[in-house]
Write a protein that binds this ligand. Structure first.
Ligand code: HPA
Length: 273
């Protein structure tokens, strides 16, 4: 067995021994979108710092935890706090919890994020179903020796976001008259927001939204054979006439405002899985 696989198994074994129960559903929530975690009937919470080989937080006072509990009548794993490349984690560290979830039996991964809109028909507060992504401006988490036990060296990426899950969420949204946009998420490293020229470039390249997370997690999930669903909340508009600046505070506020709709969609999707 590779050393990397050995580590992952040690991590998964520790978590299994702390939790009684199983789940095939994993959820990772984006900035300002953590409220869903409050809807969970928590059974066990494990601080990241207690979990062997888990990435250690670089931000002072940033207390991440892995939550096991119930949502919509189903058991779920939820990461309270995700790891971003811009914080100084390697792409492999960003992907680590996804791989651990796989070893814990997760088959479906739900992701959310805050993103900048570059599709000129988008408005702040829109929800965008991610139908595809462009990850070439970030580092691939599969670089390095392949972990053959998890998946193939050269994974196919023609359906990074499950069409079946997208259709289900679209039906749930229609039932509740929630408007959904859909489009391509382009992943960047951050932590700078983009210049006006960069937003325009992203638009020309086929991006509808841009953000600093998600793509590395999806790649690791697809590599290890999971189905992925991901949704962006459009928190700011990259392509714009106004000479306003973009701040982290406004991004968080827009995410918080849109969150109830996203929570409803995720909860009902989980119920149906
Ligand atoms: N760019 C990149 N990441 C983001 C943005 C943005 O405009 N908004 C929220 N996350």
């Amino acid at each position: 067995m590779t050393a990397a696989m050995q580590q992952l198994q040690e991590t998964a074994a520790y978590i299994k021994q702390r939790v009684s129960g199983q789940s095939a559903i994993g959820i990772i929530l984006g900035s300002g979108l953590g409220n869903l975690a409050n809807e969970i009937k928590t059974e066990t919470e494990i601080p990241y710092q207690d979990i062997p080989h888990f990435p250690v937080s670089t931000v002072e006072g940033h207390k991440g935890k892995l939550i096991f509990g119930e949502l919509g009548g189903k058991k779920v794993w939820v990461m309270g706090g995700r790891f971003h490349y811009y914080e100084g984690y390697t792409p492999q560290q960003v992907a680590y919890p996804v791989r651990v979830m796989r070893l814990l039996g997760v088959e479906t991964l739900l992701l959310s994020n805050a993103a900048g809109g570059v599709n000129t028909s988008f408005k702040v507060g829109d929800l965008m179903v991610i139908t595809d992504h462009i990850s070439l401006f970030t580092q691939n988490p599969l670089l390095g020796k392949n972990i053959d036990e998890l998946g193939t060296r050269f994974p196919d990426m023609s359906e990074p976001y499950s069409k079946q899950l997208i259709a289900r969420v679209q039906a749930i949204a229609a039932k509740h008259q929630i408007k959904l946009q859909q489009g391509v998420y382009l992943g960047v490293t951050g932590p700078t927001f983009e210049t006006r020229a960069e937003y325009r470039m992203i638009h020309v390249l086929g991006g509808d939204a841009v953000g600093m997370s998600t793509v590395q997690e999806s790649i690791a999930a697809i590599h290890s054979g999971m189905k992925v669903f991901a949704m962006s909340v459009i928190t700011d508009l990259g392509i714009r006439e106004e000479d306003n600046i973009i701040t982290h505070e406004e991004v968080l506020q827009a995410a918080t405002d849109a969150e109830p709709k996203l929570t409803l969609l995720f909860r009902e999707l989980v119920q149906e899985l």
